[in-house]
Design a protein around this ligand. Structure first.
Ligand SMILES: Cc1ncc(COP(=O)(O)O)c(C=O)c1O
Length: 383
């Protein structure tokens, strides 16, 4: 089955009670048993819920996995994955990543004896140097956030497997439409569903998808024991959002390309970071492991002044200045003070995340309006 058909149909059956084509919102906390232990596969809604189950099956199919688990947020999904580790275990992670991921490793799990190393993963030698017998998990985010480098998933998987470490890929930016890390050897794919999968900026949720029943059972145990599950209404909204994922992603990619090209030719822009830029290492890897280049990009203004970045952000009218990404509407952000504020400045600067960098989540509006908006906002800067 091809991607668009799976997005609409995988995991979804007409409701057995009524034939409803849309999976109902099973707003219930418990299920009646005819005799102790005799039930229809559902006992208590933290453990199982039919709306959530339909979404989990759909996500497993989209990522070419066998099982998926949904959580109350992307961070709850991350928290669950990290709980697979034990004190003394070490993690090697990309250094250019979502600030909250950096925070949970350094400010939460360090105190539980889990040590994390952050390396520029596009340099495989740096990965090789940090992986040791203690490394139990390798954490990849690609495209990286917000510098949009592309990490070669298959190559990092090879290094991790030699050390016997599990590989997690945060596939939030790419979505399963553009990239399927399980096919490249990863053990787990993680999503902040809040972003492209939900797609409409109305839900906070996360997921982990695997291709191994034992690993799924461990995640399921943690999901039930720790309890950070999403509600059925949110699962319904995400099921609805996913039905248009492939169509939305095509437009995100198309608009992303137009805006990257416009910004690259602008005389007030110093540098554009977008994986579709030819003659870069990232481009070659992206062509190999992704279907297209996505709708995320970053840029730095000439002069690299934070006050100029703020001025541009304050003048945008169609783009909204907001945290988050992946919705139908275009968003602009200032990572240094917003999404990546929890990463110390010297760590940020090492990755190239300067104080004036602006990140765009290009939506699916008409590209001409988005370009006009950028033109007028950048136009307020004196030359
Ligand atoms: C790449 C990435 N991973 C994980 C998360 C965390 O997800 P959530 O906000 O749904 O908890 C985010 C949030 O911005 C993200 O951008």
């Amino acid at each position: 089955m091809k991607f668009g058909t799976k997005a609409i149909h995988a995991g979804i059956e007409p409701d057995p009670a009524t034939g409803a084509i849309m999976t109902p919102i099973y707003q219930t906390s418990t299920y009646v048993q005819s005799s102790p232990g005799k039930h229809k596969g559902f006992e208590y809604a933290r453990t199982q819920n039919p709306t959530r189950l339909a979404l989990e099956k759909n996500l497993a199919a989209l990522e070419n996995g066998t099982h998926a688990r949904c959580f109350a947020s992307g961070m709850a999904a991350e928290d669950t994955v990290i709980k697979l580790l034990k004190p003394g275990d070490e993690v090697v992670s990309t250094n250019d990543l979502y600030g909250g991921t950096y925070r949970i490793f350094t400010k939460v799990y360090q105190d539980f004896g889990i040590k994390s190393h952050f390396v520029p993963m596009s340099d495989l030698n740096k990965v090789r140097e940090k992986i040791s017998a203690k490394t139990k998990m390798v954490w990849i985010e690609t495209p990286t956030n917000p510098m949009m480098h592309i990490i070669d998933i298959a190559e990092v998987v090879k290094l991790a497997k030699e050390a016997g470490a599990m590989v997690v890929v945060d596939n939030t930016f790419a979505t399963p439409y553009l990239q399927n890390p399980l096919d490249l050897g990863a053990d787990m794919v993680l999503h902040s569903i809040t972003k492209y999968l939900g797609g409409h900026s109305d839900t906070v949720m996360g997921a982990v998808i695997v291709k191994d029943a034992d690993l799924d059972a461990r995640l399921g145990f943690l999901q039930n024991s720790c309890g950070a599950v999403p509600g059925p209404q949110d699962c319904f909204l995400v099921l609805r959002g996913i039905k248009t994922l492939h169509v939305r992603m095509q437009r995100h990619c198309e608009n992303g390309r137009k805006i990257a090209e416009y910004l690259a030719s602008h005389d007030k822009i110093k540098k554009v970071y977008w994986p579709g830029q030819e003659n870069t290492e990232s481009y070659e890897i992206a062509k190999k492991q992704m279907k297209d280049f996505g709708g995320m990009l970053s840029f730095v203004l000439k002069g690299d002044r934070m006050e100029d970045a703020f001025k541009v952000l304050e003048h945008l009218k169609v783009f909204s200045l907001a945290e988050s990404l992946g919705g139908v509407e275009s968003l602009a952000g200032h990572p240094a003070s917003m999404t990546h504020a929890s990463i110390p400045r010297e760590e940020r600067m090492k990755t190239g995340l300067s104080d004036s960098l602006i990140r765009l989540s290009v939506g699916i509006e008409d590209a001409e309006d988005l370009i006009e908006d950028l033109e007028q906002a950048i136009g307020v800067l004196s030359s």
